[in-house]
Design a protein around this ligand. Structure first.
Ligand SMILES: NC(=O)c1ccc[n+]([C@@H]2O[C@H](COP(=O)([O-])OP(=O)(O)OC[C@H]3O[C@@H](n4cnc5c(N)ncnc54)[C@H](OP(=O)(O)O)[C@@H]3O)[C@@H](O)[C@H]2O)c1
Length: 241
């Protein structure tokens, strides 16, 4: 039986967490997937598990030329591109006074430039074909700010603004912002401040599993062409934040 999503979908950050769960969910729905991240071995293992309509390539979203090559490889493999899911992200939280300039830069590079590199790579193709869908994974951090998360929240506010700008500028292109609350994944594994790492463990006591977010992405993709799910916020029912 044909699946509900007869589309070619690109997913960044598919080597773990929400991206991996989204790949599993969309593969079940019949989508042809091209998945990317830096850890190729994880992508290879996932693609092997999911079968023939899933292809992969290593990708560093901070490198615009690499993102262009990723999109070209997807087009060569499947003949077209219908959806880009900009999911890759990092969250090395710390108080501003710790002045972790390298971590600030990495968040801005991955979370903002990574999304822009993806839009730059697919937008000319979407305009030429007169259709396309960009799904950006932001966060509840796109809607609020908490101490130790100033820069991370700044990057996610930026993703929200960029997604809304894309929506306003193009009638033929769908844009969706997916904003998860706390989800149990590897995110934050690179937090270097021990107090913040311990706070994250506390926040994760009330968390979703990544498949909850994957289900929201699937819902957005399954809508008819004339229906654009602009934003979904998904929190654990008992969430504090
Ligand atoms: N977990 C949460 O509570 C939560 C809440 C709200 C929003 N989010 C957002 O959800 C998205 C996915 O995060 P997650 O929770 O699933 O965390 P995760 O398990 O750590 O996954 C992050 C993914 O991003 C990829 N990535 C990081 N840097 C990259 C780069 N330079 N180039 C390509 N890929 C890169 C990682 O792959 P490689 O390391 O293999 O490159 C990994 O696949 C992020 O945008 C995050 O901000 C998460």
């Amino acid at each position: 039986m044909a699946g509900s999503i007869n589309k070619v979908v690109l997913i960044t950050g598919a080597s773990s967490g929400i991206g991996e769960a989204t790949a599993r969910e969309l593969a079940k729905a019949g989508a042809r997937l091209f998945i990317g991240a830096r850890r190729g071995e994880r992508l290879r293992a996932l693609a092997e598990q999911l079968g023939g309509t899933v292809a992969w390539r290593e990708l560093d979203v901070t490198d615009g030329a690499d993102f262009d090559a990723f999109v070209e490889a997807a087009e060569a493999r499947f003949g077209r591109i219908d959806v880009l899911i900009n999911n890759a992200g990092v969250m090395p939280l710390s108080p501003l006074a710790a002045v972790k300039r390298d971590e600030w830069k990495r968040m801005i590079d991955v979370n903002i430039h990574g999304v822009l590199n993806g839009i730059a790579a697919v937008l000319p193709r979407f305009l030429a074909q007169g259709s396309g869908h960009v799904v950006n994974v932001a966060s509840v951090a796109a809607h609020m700010v908490v101490p130790t998360a100033a820069v991370y929240c700044g990057t996610k506010h930026a993703v929200r603004a960029i997604t809304e700008g894309l929506r306003q500028e193009h009638d033929e292109i769908r844009s969706t912002l997916i904003s998860p609350g706390v989800v149990a994944t590897e995110l934050g594994h690179d937090i270097t401040d021990p107090d913040v790492a311990s706070a994250l463990t506390g926040w994760r006591k009330k968390s979703l599993t990544p498949d909850a977010i994957a289900g929201a992405v699937r819902y957005a993709l399954e809508q008819p062409e004339g229906v654009d799910i602009n934003e979904v916020i998904i929190r654990p029912t008992a969430a504090d934040m």
